[in-house]
Design a protein around this ligand. Structure first.
Ligand code: ZN
Length: 218
């Protein structure tokens, strides 16, 4: 029975190796999970932060003492396109509002709820947002990439709406053209305007950001 002893020893050694390998894998997996749990919130917050930019600006406008309120277009949290008591919604262009309501109704059937983070804004409110953006982004040029002025903004004329949350904006990105609702700026996934021709021809090419929009050069 000379063969059994070496065979057992070999099996034993292999088992020990496998235990070591398995132990190492467990450690690697634990490190990966730990790293992943640290990285994932960072990644997801980075991905969602652009859509929080206007939201937080609006909240500041509503909350700061002496700041402009709902009458100037600041909207309460959770405002929908059906909230006609909110001036930011009621003063939108009727054709834009009609298209938004149709889209919101169909999106709801798909399980997505539109929230209006901003709609119509008074010139004073738009200028206040612009001043806040200059402080936030550090210069007039940087702020111009995100917020227009009281005399140039499509929000002031009632022709633009900022839709959230990002899942609802993503629904609109996929289906909006059928309602004439188009994203206008590549850096603002939430900002929509009415382009009736999009129903037949699709949405026009986006501007990279508002500074490329000829309407902003006035
Ligand atoms: Zn906007």
């Amino acid at each position: 029975m000379g063969y059994t002893e070496p065979a057992r020893t070999t099996t034993h050694r292999i088992r020990i190796r496998w235990i070591r390998v398995a132990g190492l894998l467990v450690v690697i997996a634990a490190i990966a999970i730990a790293l992943g749990s640290q990285l994932l919130p960072t990644l997801s917050s980075t991905a969602t932060s652009p859509s929080d930019v206007p939201r937080s600006d609006h909240r500041g406008a509503l909350g700061a003492p002496g700041a402009l309120g709902e009458a100037d277009g600041a909207v309460p949290d959770g405002t929908t396109v059906f909230d006609t008591a909110v001036p930011g919604v009621a003063k939108l262009d009727p054709a834009l509002l009609g298209a938004l309501r149709q889209a919101a109704t169909d999106a709801a059937h798909d399980g997505f709820a539109f929230v209006v983070n901003s709609g119509w804004r008074s010139p004073a409110y738009e200028d206040q947002l612009r001043r806040e953006a200059i402080v936030k982004y550090g210069s007039e040029d940087a702020a111009a990439r995100w917020v227009a002025t009281g005399s140039t903004s499509a929000h002031v004329s009632g022709d633009a709406v900022d839709i959230g949350p990002s899942a609802a904006a993503a629904w609109l990105s996929e289906h909006g053209a059928a309602y004439g609702l188009c994203q206008i700026y590549g850096n603002e996934s939430w900002h929509y305007e009415l382009r009736p021709e999009a129903v037949d021809h699709g949405c026009p090419a986006m501007y990279a950001d508002p500074t490329h929009d000829p309407r902003m050069q006035q």
